[in-house]
Design a protein around this ligand. Structure first.
Ligand code: SF4
Length: 386
């Protein structure tokens, strides 16, 4: 996915994953060392994990308050923690590390959207803080680069680096939430940064558990949304095992359209993806499914597409988000003109589908959907060094 509101693309089966020629340049020894390390990431521990390590629920709650409560980000675990016996806390210190993450760039767009370039073991990722009228949203990455090959996404051009660990995913939220305006705290998280979350599902499921757990961070389950480009096996497991929200990046109303934009649609076509949501709806009638629809000029924005999407989503408690495409690089794909988007919106709304247009945020710093690809943002007055 690539940043902001429920967003953009995603890709093929694991068996089809291919690394790109450029991959080696950012797969460093550090990645290999990190993946073989036995230390556990402190910011990926649930309260249950802490209880086992500390030997009591009371201590676990104290530790969770320190790890996930509001505080400036630090790379160090304190030697002692008030409320926890030193001999118990030392077990945590000996077994865990905080993820090594450095903010290497911070850019603020005219609309307040803030993009962070984060350097971690063996890679660079991007995390975005998006302020809105009443709350802020943190858009996190789940992979360095991406396993998929969506044609409209700049992250796809990076190839795949590695999966992020749950502690690295949660740490993005802990770091970026400090940037949210006081009046609009960061209460929402979307997995729409770099990467296809369903290709790193074990770690994503843990991260969602941690983000929604009491006593902290305690985000609402409906406020944590995992977005997928349509990786069916992962979607099945996510719906069965997680209470977080799911967003499907649909982007086409025929398989021909969608396959041209998202090649893995050949493996998991539209009908199979939507049938899963329909089946889930029968089991969970109150669950809402978000459908993301990036709009491309002359490709998927016709009146016929609007009529077809209404038909396709029949039987699904769907919220449709229309997202004007954010042009990238030399791609020939263009955003649908505003009047076309508005006409499309009118047709689906008149048919009774709940639909919103998600106008791009942070476009001037390449923080909008599909634009996350370690792009150095403009060194203008809105640029702030970390
Ligand atoms: S990050 Fe880009 S390439 Fe990867 S799944 Fe999302 S839209 Fe597709």
């Amino acid at each position: 996915m690539a940043a902001g509101q429920p967003g953009e693309a995603h890709g093929q089966a694991h068996g089809e994953m291919a690394t790109t020629p450029g991959l080696a340049c950012y797969l460093t020894d550090a990645v290999m060392n990190a993946s073989s390390s036995t230390a556990r990431g402190l910011t990926g521990l649930t309260v249950r994990d802490l209880e086992v390590m500390l030997g009591s629920r009371t201590r676990a709650l104290v530790a969770a308050h320190w790890i996930y409560g509001p505080r400036p980000w630090t790379a160090d675990i304190p030697e002692t923690l008030p409320g926890i016996a030193p001999q118990a806390w030392i077990r945590v210190r000996d077994a865990c590390t905080l993820p090594s993450i450095e903010v290497t760039e911070q850019a603020v767009a005219a609309d307040g959207t803030t993009k962070l370039l984060l350097t971690l073991d063996g890679g660079v990722i991007e995390t975005v803080m998006i302020p809105a009228a009443t709350r802020s949203t943190i858009c996190v990455s789940s992979q360095v680069g991406c396993t998929r090959s969506c044609k409209f996404c700049s992250t796809a051009t990076l190839g795949f680096g590695r999966n992020l660990r749950a502690d690295e995913i949660v740490a993005q939220y802990l770091i970026a939430r400090m940037l949210a305006p006081v009046a609009t705290p960061a209460t929402n998280v979307v997995f729409m940064g770099m990467g296809e979350p369903m290709d790193n599902l074990d770690e994503v499921l843990v991260a969602v558990d941690v983000l929604t757990q009491a006593p902290a961070p305690q985000l609402g389950r409906a406020q944590v949304t995992v977005s997928t480009s349509g990786v069916l096996p992962g979607m099945q497991r996510f719906l069965a095992e997680s209470h977080g929200s799911l967003a499907l990046s649909l982007n086409g109303t025929t398989d021909a359209q969608r396959t041209a934009l998202m090649p893995h649609n050949k493996t998991w076509p539209i009908a199979a993806l939507l049938q899963l949501l329909r089946d889930d709806q029968r089991a969970h009638p109150r669950r809402i499914h978000f459908i993301e629809y990036v709009m491309f000029d002359g490709i998927n924005d016709a009146d016929d597409d609007a009529a077809r999407i209404v038909e396709l989503l029949t039987g699904i408690n769907a919220r449709l988000n229309l997202i004007p495409h954010n042009p990238i690089g030399t791609s020939l794909l263009r955003a649908s003109p505003t009047p076309r988007i508005e006409a499309f919106h009118r047709i689906v709304s008149a048919a009774g589908l709940r639909c919103m247009v998600r106008w791009p945020r942070g476009q001037d710093i390449a923080a909008a959907c599909g634009q996350l690809a370690r792009v150095r943002s403009r060194p203008a007055a809105d640029h702030v060094d970390s």
